[in-house]
Write a new protein. Structure first.
Length: 108
């Protein structure tokens, strides 16, 4: 399966989870999708990354000063921990963030 299909599959699972009221599962799927994007991004730059961990790859993106600040902010949303009620701030939509991040990383 190519990386586009992997991302689409994870986002589809995220949307299904959200539709069933399982926002925690939707967050996990969104983060996995973003990890796939990060893996592909770094694979194109330097070959296969040393890690396949989505969390590690997202942290690397977040610290990558060669990326626009807007892209790093989207990654910050994806790595942000939930509050004590298991929620992110109301203005954060991880599924939308993954789609915007994909556009930023792979413009052409």
């Amino acid at each position: 399966m190519d990386w586009h299909s992997e991302v689409d599959k994870e986002l589809e699972h995220a949307e299904q989870a959200r539709a069933h009221g399982n926002e925690g599962r939707a967050r996990v799927c969104a983060r996995r999708a973003a990890g796939i994007l990060a893996r592909e991004y770094y694979s194109r730059l330097e070959g296969a990354p040393r890690t396949s961990s989505a969390v590690e790859l997202l942290r690397r993106l977040q610290a990558d000063s060669t990326l626009p600040a807007a892209a790093r902010e989207l990654v910050q949303h994806l790595t942000q921990q939930v509050d004590t009620s298991f929620r992110l701030p109301a203005d954060v939509d991880l599924l939308g963030d993954v789609r915007r991040l994909q556009d930023m990383l792979f413009e052409n």
